[in-house]
Design a binder for this molecule. Structure first.
Ligand SMILES: Nc1ncnc2c1ncn2[C@@H]1O[C@H](COP(=O)(O)OP(=O)(O)OP(=O)(O)O)[C@@H](O)[C@H]1O
Ligand SMILES: [Mg+2]
Length: 532
């Protein structure tokens, strides 16, 4: 075959949209494997409902229904009582990849990319050729319905059949119904039921109802009647930025000079700090327009940032679940015999991004997993209250759990009914991929999780060893009691005192001794404080 010239080769040069990219690389969004793909759909819709309700200050009520409509083909509907989506935004919100109300704000929410909902619309379209149906109410009595598809070549929404519904619903909210193929409902550790159960665990303020393909209804009842504090947008700290981040912020800035761009966009930047940075620059002029910053300029700024002594980032914008709420949720869902919940203080990764780790160990009840031989432990991973069910091998939480020698704490994760719970909260969670299924293995995050788990494990160790000791004492008590009859009759024949009186006295004496031992044990160790 004759060699081809550049001109000939480049006749085939084409551009494609982000939607076309994800159409070809759907596994990057979590559409890999049938069971996994169905969980991804439920996850995207449910996280959006939760974010929307909480931003509007509404206690979330979510109903998910999954119906089989063919081989590996299901109709999924999700209905929430959130604020709904205004008619003029519904197309872009649900069918334009990289658009939404969250990705440009530095704020702690579950969604952070503007991809999830449009990804579902795309998946419905490429597996069934269908559009998704939407109904929304943004003010009482006024609803609309429409169908939504995605024009993949241009990454643009297609909105059709728009209809106003007068006398619509008496509460606001969003209802989405879509048909999806190449998906499967399965009752497993990686299925929809488990995903929702874990969502209830990390969100005790939520009421979730699932209607499964057999028509069975499961309700995870709300255990707490207050909406979590509304998330507040904050500014990124200069130490958490990469050169690329800085350039992206600069492109979006409306400031006229680099100095005002830095003051307006980032946390802890003051006029004094600007002067300090100015003194360190050799090339960059702070009067320059931020949109004209070059890579070298940004590099120089980042270098200067690293030499400034900054106030630490403000962690008050991070809202963890809270130890008391975790206790209520664990009790509600796992009903454990013992639990120990640890909330760590805020820490920082990549020099400037604050985060908070919460961890718990629960023992007994329905903790862990039932196996044929007995039990084994389970690891429940969460990021900003969202359960992470897949890609565990790539996750900072798994790495931290693996690095602990559980047996040193008397805990056997292969044999005991133990659930290990970890939630990482941050305004920016460093996911290891766009599918947001695992937390990147940042050293500081792994370190914090490890410390939290070791503390939680120590509590369980005290409880288990106390329990073992009590068990030993109980067997000793039973053994001693077995001899009382014989001893009483021997003493009676030696002393002439009535056998029954001696036996009663002996029994009281022994019981008193063992009650004293038990009381002493109850008083020792914090573990008992956590015991339900
Ligand atoms: N149930 C809902 N109620 C109200 N608004 C919603 C709802 N679902 C989606 N939206 C809006 O649609 C936008 C796009 O949602 P999408 O899931 O695609 O992105 P995201 O949640 O912003 O980020 P991510 O891709 O990380 O999930 C959201 O930012 C939100 O503004
Ligand atoms: Mg989302």
């Amino acid at each position: 075959m004759a060699d081809r010239t550049a001109d000939e080769i480049f006749k085939e040069f084409k551009e494609h949209s982000i939607a076309e990219f994800f159409k070809k690389n759907r596994q990057m969004l979590g559409y890999a494997g049938k069971v996994h793909s169905l969980v991804t759909i439920v996850h995207e819709y449910v996280t959006n409902s939760l974010d929307a309700c909480e931003e509007a200050g509404i206690l979330p009520d979510i109903t998910i229904s999954i119906k089989g409509i063919g081989e590996d083909k299901y109709k999924v509907t999700v209905e929430d009582n959130g604020p709904g989506i205004p008619k003029n935004f519904v197309g872009k919100a649900l069918a334009q990849i990289l658009s939404g109300t969250k990705f440009h704000r530095y704020m702690q929410q579950r969604g952070q990319q503007g991809i999830g909902a449009a990804g579902c619309t795309l998946y419905s379209q490429i597996t069934t050729g269908k559009q998704v149906s939407v109904r929304s109410t943004v003010s009482k009595g006024k609803s609309y319905s429409c169908s939504i598809g995605i024009e993949t070549m241009r990454n643009k929404p297609i909105v059709s059949n728009m209809q106003d519904i007068e006398n619509g619903s008496d509460h606001t909210g969003l209802y989405i119904e879509g048909e999806f193929a190449d998906v499967k409902y399965e009752n497993s550790d990686h299925g929809v039921y488990e995903y929702l159960k874990r969502t209830a665990l990390s969100n005790p303020h939520v009421q979730i109802k699932l209607i499964d393909p057999e028509g069975k209804e499961f309700t995870f009842m709300r255990a707490v009647n207050s909406v979590p504090e509304r998330p507040i947008p904050t500014k990124p700290h200069p130490l958490g930025l990469t050169v690329n981040d800085l350039l992206e912020f600069a492109q979006r800035s409306s400031s006229r000079k680099v100095s005002s761009f830095l003051l307006d966009t980032f946390a802890r930047v003051t006029p004094n700090k600007i002067n300090e940075i100015k003194g360190m620059l050799t090339q960059l002029d702070m009067e320059k327009e931020p949109q004209k910053l070059t890579w070298q300029d940004a590099e120089e700024l980042i270098k200067a940032f690293s030499r400034v002594k900054w106030l630490a980032p403000d962690a008050s914008y991070i809202k963890p679940i809270g130890a008391e709420q975790i206790r209520i949720a664990l009790k509600n869902i796992l009903n454990p015999e013992f639990m120990n919940v640890i909330e760590r203080r805020p820490a920082v990764f990549r020099g400037g991004i604050p985060f908070i780790v919460e961890a718990a160990v629960a023992f007994g009840g329905t903790s862990g997993k039932k196996t044929e031989e007995g039990y084994e432990g389970s690891i429940l991973r969460f990021a900003n209250r969202v359960p992470l069910l897949f890609d565990s091998g790539n996750c900072a939480i798994t790495e931290a759990v693996k690095s602990i020698e559980w047996k040193r704490y008397g805990i056997d994760l292969d044999m005991q009914p133990v659930s290990v719970f970890v939630n990482v909260s941050s305004v920016y969670i460093p996911y290891s991929g766009v599918g947001k299924e695992a937390i990147a293995q940042e050293d500081e995050i792994i370190g914090e999780i490890k410390l939290a788990l070791m503390e939680a494990a120590r509590g369980l160790q005290r409880y288990i060893s106390g329990k073992e000791h009590m068990h030993e004492e109980a067997s000793k008590y039973n053994a001693v009691m077995r001899y009382t009859k014989q001893l009483a009759s021997d003493l009676s024949s030696m002393s002439g005192i009535d056998h029954a009186i001696i036996e009663k006295k002996l029994e009281t004496l022994i019981a008193k001794h063992y009650q004293r031992v038990a009381k002493k044990e109850e008083g020792s160790g914090d573990a008992k404080q956590e015991q339900r």
